[in-house]
Design a protein around this ligand. Structure first.
Ligand SMILES: [Zn+2]
Length: 390
């Protein structure tokens, strides 16, 4: 009797197990797709800058929280060391191009950017930066010019863009102190459908097309501009949250690069902390909504930053810069949300656009221009028997 009872218990358990399996088979779960994308670019921000920020503040900040982290090769089509224009074009469009070129391939043919694809898909779009809004990185998402210093042309292309819902940053002088004497701000408001503000205060977040040109020049340094960047991200998310088909928001921590060009560690750390707070705003939003992919990466490293103990005693870490310019050090990519698992391993900067589109269930059909997979090194098999020649 006891044996029979045990057997029937086993049979019961097995039946339960099978029905659980069968149930699972009936409802195959599609991997979740991202509706919204928040894309952070830390200009000049590779692993040394992130770790310097962590060391200086003795805080982890936001970076170790990301479940998926990869490595990104940043070289341009013309140089081992990229500038922000070629770097931004690769990150926005999946085309390597020549240094200084914005939104164009090496033959000066306009390339299609993430912002443009998402607008065509009915998503709302936004840009938030702490540099000029006309600076190379944001420009690479909406402008097409052969040289990044064509600021007034870039400002005109921003003003006339019909695919941008909000743009927040500095660089007001490129709109209202122009060589052609055109008051672009007036044109934007009177003819082109924008509401233009000069501060984040009192913004009508229900407005579907606005620019905040918060300074004539770049925004002030982090120490002087307060919480402008995290607040701008919060404001942008309040506006974009009502987008029916989702949104695409690009946010640049622009001045980490400036601080590293100046080899100014205190400034760099301030910018890093500010950038981290801004990313946290996005992560909080993504955690709450579940349908939002957050990707954080960089266009290149700046400063050749390293952290030795100059006495070689492993105790007194100092921040040392090997250049006042950019380097070819790879950068990191951090991802959270639906589709984030694609952002691991070693990749070219041109791979990120396709991965973001894929996370949203969109095929990266390309723009008909010749592909440049960006590979620069030949794959070789290691020959461990070979001794180096003397
Ligand atoms: Zn730079």
């Amino acid at each position: 009797m006891k044996k029979q009872f045990t057997l029937s218990l086993v049979a019961l358990l097995m039946a339960g197990l099978f029905s659980a399996c069968a149930q699972k088979k009936e409802e195959p779960r599609e991997p979740a797709k991202a509706l919204n994308v928040i894309y952070f670019i830390g200009d000049g921000t590779a692993l040394p800058q992130v770790y310097a920020g962590m060391l200086a503040t003795r805080q982890e900040m936001v970076f170790p929280k990301f479940p998926y982290i990869g490595v990104v090769d940043t070289h341009s089509s013309s140089n081992d060391i990229t500038d922000s224009a070629a770097g931004g074009t690769a990150l926005s469009s999946d085309h390597k191009t020549k240094n200084a070129m914005v939104g164009m391939n090496p033959d000066t043919i306009p390339v299609k950017t993430l912002l443009e694809v998402f607008h065509e898909q009915g998503k709302e779009t936004g840009l938030v930066v702490t540099s000029y809004i006309t600076h190379a990185t944001p420009a690479c998402f909406y402008a097409k010019v052969p040289h990044r210093r064509q600021y007034e042309d870039i400002a005109l292309q921003l003003a006339e863009a019909d695919n941008i819902n909000l743009a927040i940053g500095g660089g007001r002088k490129h709109f209202n102190q122009r060589k052609d004497s055109v008051d672009l701000i007036q044109r934007m408001e009177n003819e082109l459908g924008w509401k233009v503000y000069d501060t984040l205060a009192d913004i009508d977040v229900t407005c579907k097309k606005y620019a905040v040109l918060a300074n004539d020049d770049h925004m002030p340094k982090a120490a002087d501009r307060g919480d402008f960047l995290p607040r701008a991200v919060k404001t942008a998310l309040k506006t974009l949250d009502s987008a029916e088909n989702g949104f695409f928001l690009m946010v640049e921590g622009s001045q980490i690069d400036f601080a590293c060009h100046a080899n100014d560690s205190a400034w760099m750390v301030d910018e890093l902390v500010d950038f981290s707070y801004a990313i946290q705003v996005a992560l909080d939003y993504a955690e709450e909504h579940g349908n939002t992919l957050v990707v954080v990466t960089a266009d290149h490293e700046t400063g050749g930053l390293t952290m030795p103990d100059k006495q070689g005693k492993y105790t007194n870490v100092s921040f040392c810069y090997s250049t006042g310019s950019h380097t070819c050090l790879p950068v990191m990519v951090y991802a959270y949300g639906p589709g984030a698992e694609q952002f691991t391993g070693w990749m070219q900067n041109t791979a990120i656009k396709g991965k973001i589109l894929n996370a949203c269930g969109l095929e990266n059909v390309g723009d008909g221009l010749p592909e440049n997979d960006g590979k620069r090194f030949k794959a070789v098999k290691a020959n461990l028997d070979t001794k180096p020649e003397k």
